[in-house]
Design a protein around this ligand. Structure first.
Ligand code: GFB
Length: 315
């Protein structure tokens, strides 16, 4: 019997994977097969292939990756480059060998050139030098995207890839040293409110612009792409709207610790000056984000506070 009726989520316990599990469970259409560290070490091609041959999923979302904020990228370049390369090579090859019908590989908006024209179109890939603070991660993700395209061309595999913008939401990492900016701000302002601190220090100049997408909107977009898209080009996933880090900090402050003064620490890296995606390819498929940034920050702050209360802070 061909049991290829399930959908595998590689990286089911991360920010993206856990959102995908929620989205797929709500859908109820598919048998969902979590593929995390407990199931197989995805850096190991033989272990990964064994899992695929045993479970034979019909479709696969590749959300497994070593990820982190600007500081983690600077401190651990080997894991960001090596582990992400290994994950891409072993999962895509196992999916081909096991006859997976469709696979969606997750890239990232940071794979585009640092000076790419804004909003960034998919065809800006590899047209210029990368942002140095995340080059190892970007190189691994570019290799993954190119590998998905190579499997399409050489083997006719239905492998596609998506480029999400900066993500946030429940289940994120709130470690101040290694997290992305939004969870770090939520934690800093929450703690400032709790301790009655007069000010909060935000890294960099506050001038860089970023686009933020709630991870539940991302999961919805990925399901849409899995259902409706089959092409060689990666597809950007974002809201099409950005703001400065200073504006973002003010939003979090107003919700978590109104009245707190914001100070900037320009000795910390700013990273890429702007990173706004052109999302016209995705919106042409009829997809739109549903969660506004204000609503998303409010619900993520509530999630953080609730999980702190239960002693499950992600430190
Ligand atoms: O989210 P973030 O670490 O990643 O930083 P990138 C975004 C901006 O927020 C930078 C500033 O300009 C930071 O200097 N920032 C301000 C802070 N305060 C903080 C803070 O407390 N923590 C952090 N982390 N940032 C990442 C890549 O780049 O984008 C990853 O390094 C990934 O590989 C991700 O691709 C989507 O947007 O600069």
């Amino acid at each position: 019997m061909d049991t290829r009726d399930g959908v595998a989520v590689a990286g089911p316990r991360g920010l993206v994977g856990s959102a995908l599990l929620r989205r797929l469970a709500a859908d109820g259409r598919d048998r969902v097969l979590p593929l995390g560290r407990a199931e197989a070490d995805l850096r190991d091609p033989a272990a990964t292939l064994r899992w695929f041959l045993e479970h034979r999923p019909a479709r696969v979302y590749v959300a497994a990756a070593v990820v982190g904020g600007i500081q983690a990228n600077i401190e651990r370049p080997v894991e960001f480059l090596r582990d992400n390369l290994l994950i891409a090579t072993s999962v895509l090859e196992a999916a081909r060998a096991a006859g997976v019908k469709k696979l969606l590989y997750l890239g990232s908006s940071c794979i585009y050139p640092r000076e790419a024209p804004q909003p960034i179109r998919e065809d800006a890939l590899l047209t210029g030098p990368l942002e140095p603070t995340n080059e190892p991660y970007a190189i691994a993700k570019i290799a993954g995207v190119r590998l998905a395209q190579a499997y399409r061309r050489q083997y006719g595999c239905e492998f596609i890839s998506a480029m999400p913008t900066n993500l946030y939401g429940p289940g994120d990492k709130f470690d101040l040293r290694t997290s992305h900016v939004l969870p770090a701000l939520i934690r800093r302002f929450h703690e400032a409110g709790r301790d009655g601190a007069a000010s909060v220090t935000v890294w960099g100049t506050g001038a860089p612009r970023r686009e933020f997408l709630h991870v539940d909107d991302l999961a919805d977009a990925l399901v849409c792409l899995m259902d409706r898209y089959d092409g060689d080009s990666p597809v950007n996933v974002g809201t099409g709207v950005d703001l400065t880090i200073a504006e973002l900090a003010a939003k979090v402050r107003d919700l978590a610790a109104p009245g707190t003064r914001i100070e900037f620490d320009p000795s910390r890296p700013d990273g890429v000056p702007r990173k706004l995606l052109d999302v016209s390819r995705l919106t042409a498929l009829g997809w739109r984000p549903r969660i506004s940034l204000d609503e998303g920050i409010r619900s993520t702050l509530a999630w953080y506070r609730q999980h702190l209360q239960h002693g499950q802070d992600n430190r």
